[in-house]
Design a protein around this ligand. Structure first.
Ligand code: MRU
Length: 368
């Protein structure tokens, strides 16, 4: 996607320096900083500290992390066991997003199918870059399949703005290109459909107000930032036509883990008869589990992310303490929306209902 006229992705491999480079998302929208990932420790730090974040991007970063681990192993003359244990460390960086394990495992098995260190390094890099390109294409497809949902509402409203609420950042910053939840929105906007996006600020780290608002603004999409608690109110007043969110992990039966607060939006949407769609590439499905509430591990992050708020202050990014210094805080990073509250999934293969049967009809290769 374009940032001030320049094509950008949140991650890329620079062939000249042979280095993985990423946008450091912690400082957006106020500072656009590029960071090199040259070691596995750098990569783990980037994933844990949310230099990179969002399910597909974490997957792509983990995938390139396998390549980095092989280069380091080769430099040290280390054996296969070393690479396997480095990959385990990568997979432990964040617990909820499915794409991380999927990306690391896929590149690891491509590498292990070769015999020599040099061939393994090449295979890992090739496979990781295939994943990056595939996710970009998947998001483009999600945009195409999601478009008719927005078109239909626009037609019904006779061209009046289609008001879409989204939570967190499931945009191109989280996904290589287009985004998951935002892909249908960008596609509709690019085809001259009148869209307006309600952007949940998404406390504590404000991925909505910092990242989604920045992305949409750079693309020229009308949007308004709202507090996380405003969704129910604006839905009751007819100001939301559609909710689209992304997901970090979705069970084969359609339970959806996504950024904390998603579940409350789904409840409010159901109470107000508003369609609630979840957009995801197939890499985000966990085909092994059916009960999201019992089986999806929910990350608990540093309470200081709740206690402090970051923003621009006198021209520099700074953070301030909000609650009393000694008040404890609890930082549950995700929640699970049960399938019964989901209108449908928008995937790279099409749109389906939120039942195991409907999902498997789109992905018959996943039937056991
Ligand atoms: O903690 P984050 O910022 O990595 O969480 C991201 C989300 O919850 C996104 O909504 C999710 O990854 C959707 S897919 C782009």
């Amino acid at each position: 996607m374009k940032v001030d006229g320049k094509e950008m992705r949140p991650i890329w491999f620079d062939r000249t320096s042979e280095t993985v480079q990423v946008i450091d998302q912690r400082f957006l929208p106020h500072e656009l900083i590029i960071k090199d990932l040259t070691t596995v420790d750098d990569t783990i730090y980037a994933i844990k500290e949310m230099v990179v974040r969002g399910a597909p991007l974490i997957g792509a970063t983990g995938a390139l992390g396998v390549y980095i681990s092989l280069v380091q192993a080769n430099n040290k003359g280390a054996d296969t066991d070393y690479m396997v244990s480095e990959c385990k460390r990568l997979k432990d960086a964040r617990p909820t997003a499915m794409n991380l394990f999927w990306g690391v495992d896929r590149v690891m098995s491509a590498a292990l199918s070769r015999d020599t260190p040099g061939a393994r390094i090449t295979a890992a890099l090739d496979e990781a870059l295939v994943i990056v390109e595939e996710e970009a294409v998947n998001c483009r497809q999600i945009g195409e399949y999601g478009l008719p949902i927005i078109e239909e509402i626009s037609y019904r409203k006779k061209g009046e703005p289609v008001n879409i609420l989204t939570h967190c950042n499931a945009g191109w910053l989280a996904c290589i290109e287009y985004g998951t939840a935002t892909a249908p929105i960008y596609t509709a906007f690019d085809r001259d459909i009148n869209v307006h996006v309600w952007v949940d600020e998404t406390r504590p780290l404000n991925q909505g107000s910092r990242l989604t608002a920045w992305e949409l603004g750079k693309h020229g999409v009308n949007h308004t930032v709202i507090t996380d608690n405003a969704g129910g109110h604006i839905m009751q007043h007819g100001l939301v036509d559609l909710v689209i969110v992304g997901t970090d992990r979705t069970t084969r039966s359609g339970d959806v883990a996504n950024k904390i607060g998603t579940y409350l939006k789904a409840l409010a949407a159901r109470d107000n008869h508003i369609p609630f769609y979840v957009a995801l590439p197939s890499s985000t499905f966990d085909w092994d589990i059916t009960d999201g509430i019992a089986d999806i591990p929910i990350e608990e992050r540093d309470p200081d992310e709740i206690r402090y708020v970051q923003g621009l202050c006198n021209g520099k990014v700074d953070r301030v303490l909000v609650p009393p210094e000694d008040s404890p805080a609890a930082n549950h990073a995700f929640d699970v929306t049960p399938a019964r509250l989901v209108t449908g999934f928008i995937t790279e293969r099409g749109v389906c209902g939120a039942t195991e049967q409907d999902i498997l009809n789109l992905f018959p290769d996943k039937k056991n």
